[in-house]
Design a protein around this ligand. Structure first.
Ligand SMILES: Cc1ncc(COP(=O)(O)O)c(C=O)c1O
Length: 430
């Protein structure tokens, strides 16, 4: 093992032996190479003649660049063309951390790590797998989940996926959750929470979140190691009262010394920049101190360095500027209102009961999506094709469930969308 990895492992073990045990084999071996090219480059920063960095500079010391590219950008070349650090730009890391506290008041007074920048959430989840998943591990998640978790956790790291029922009687199925957590192989229990959920558009109610936290506390108190991964891709898009508006991370970040909370989030959906490819990984654990968090950050940055080297500098800079501008919050509120109005339109349509012969809606209160369950005898794939061919309408089919992204349909088109689904259902059922 590289001595730099050993050094990080010692810091982690000295602070929390359980946390060291949570690391995967890869996670134990990884480190951020301080001493090689990166370290020597850092030592030479600011020198009159700097022949260390693997990028090119103009004679005036600014980044070398093509006019055909530069003329499209309204930003200083220094914020766009050079590499960003593997940890991410220090300014956006600091700002994102501040924003996490602002968006999650329950985190007040709890110490968390500085976020590490990734190439959006998919990559952040993959890096989480890199650091904490061995092929002998399984990840517990709701039975309704984003299909890409299979590729991220199973194909890449060989981990299994275990499921609990998300719903029972139109509510979060606490019983199934508790039973599944308890029944997981004792030792290291890895649980993934994605609320607002893709595909259902569900976020648990405030009291349900309290119960989830209490179940996890019990498990940790029994001596199990718990890794709770929060995929907060759709954070902030909760449309109903009584539904939890903060991330579960806020309640888990200092819950117990045996429980590591990992927040995976980013601007992809929160700030409507799907193609920018920026995300963050942030850690929280009871008694997590600076040394412990810095060791975890170094391991995470090492994993980033070994996968994508570093995330896009240009998009980090654009976002950082937005996060410091006065227009950012009002503009976000405006977009929230548009999505919220679409959500309410779907609710209003379903309330009429007009479509009950063909489908029923699964609980939904947040995010981009909602799902309908087709009545027995209606074939989802046939329905999908008919909608495409005859009704000029696209939806996602998952057996008897149809996922509807109301986020991507104008409010005025939502009644037509449901009318089309209903008519297509009528056709295939006759
Ligand atoms: C639940 C969930 N997590 C993560 C992602 C991936 O986000 P990103 O585009 O930032 O990689 C998605 C995208 O659809 C998602 O639905």
């Amino acid at each position: 093992m590289n001595p730099q990895a050993k050094e990080l492992n010692t810091i982690i073990r000295d602070n929390n032996t359980m946390l060291f045990e949570m690391l995967s084999e890869r996670g134990r071996n990884i480190f951020f190479p301080k001493k090689g090219i990166l370290g020597q480059t850092a030592d030479a920063k600011g020198k009159k003649i700097n022949a260390t960095i693997g990028s090119a500079i103009e004679d005036d010391n600014t980044p070398m660049r093509l006019e055909s590219v530069e003329k499209q950008l309204n930003i200083s070349p220094s914020l766009a063309f050079p590499y960003a650090p593997s940890y991410g730009r220090p300014d956006i890391r600091k700002r994102w951390k501040e924003l996490i506290y602002i968006k999650n008041p329950a985190l007040y007074g709890k110490e968390i790590s500085l976020p590490i920048v990734t190439s959006a959430l998919t990559h952040a989840l993959s890096m989480t797998g890199y650091l904490f998943l061995d092929h002998t591990d399984s990840v517990l998640m709701p039975d309704l989940y984003w299909g890409n978790y299979n590729l991220i956790f199973t194909n890449a790291y060989g981990a299994g996926i275990e499921k609990f029922n998300l719903f029972r009687d139109e509510k979060f199925d606490l019983e199934s959750f508790e039973k599944s957590v308890t029944n997981m192989k004792s030792g290291k229990k890895i649980i993934l929470f994605n609320f607002p959920n893709n595909p259902s558009g569900y976020t648990p109610a405030v009291n349900e979140v309290k119960s989830i936290v209490s179940i996890l506390r019990n498990e940790a108190e029994k001596g199990n190691m718990i890794i709770a991964i929060m995929d907060d891709a759709y954070f902030g898009l909760v449309y109903e009262d009584g539904i939890e508006k903060e991330s579960l991370f806020a309640y888990l970040a200092d819950l117990h010394e045996n429980l590591l909370a990992i927040k995976v989030d980013g601007p992809t959906k929160e700030d409507y920049v799907w193609g920018f490819r920026i995300g963050f990984i942030t850690y929280g654990i009871r008694n997590g101190n600076k040394a412990l968090y810095e060791a975890l950050e170094a391991k995470t940055a090492g994993a980033v360095r070994g996968s994508i080297s570093n995330a896009c500098n240009l998009t980090q800079s654009l976002l950082m500027n937005a996060y410091c501008s006065e227009e950012y919050q009002p503009e976000k509120s405006e977009k929230y209102s548009i999505l919220s109005a679409r959500f309410r339109k779907v609710r209003e349509i379903l309330k009429t009961g007009k479509y009950n012969d063909f489908f029923t809606a699964l609980p939904f209160n947040s995010g981009y999506f909602m799902c309908i369950r087709l009545k027995k005898g209606l074939d989802g794939e046939r329905l999908r094709y008919l909608l495409l061919d005859k009704y000029d309408t696209g939806v996602i089919q998952m057996n008897d469930l149809i996922r509807i992204a109301f986020s991507s349909v104008a409010e005025s088109d939502i009644p037509v969308l449901f009318e089309n689904i209903c008519n297509a259902c009528r056709e295939i059922s006759s």
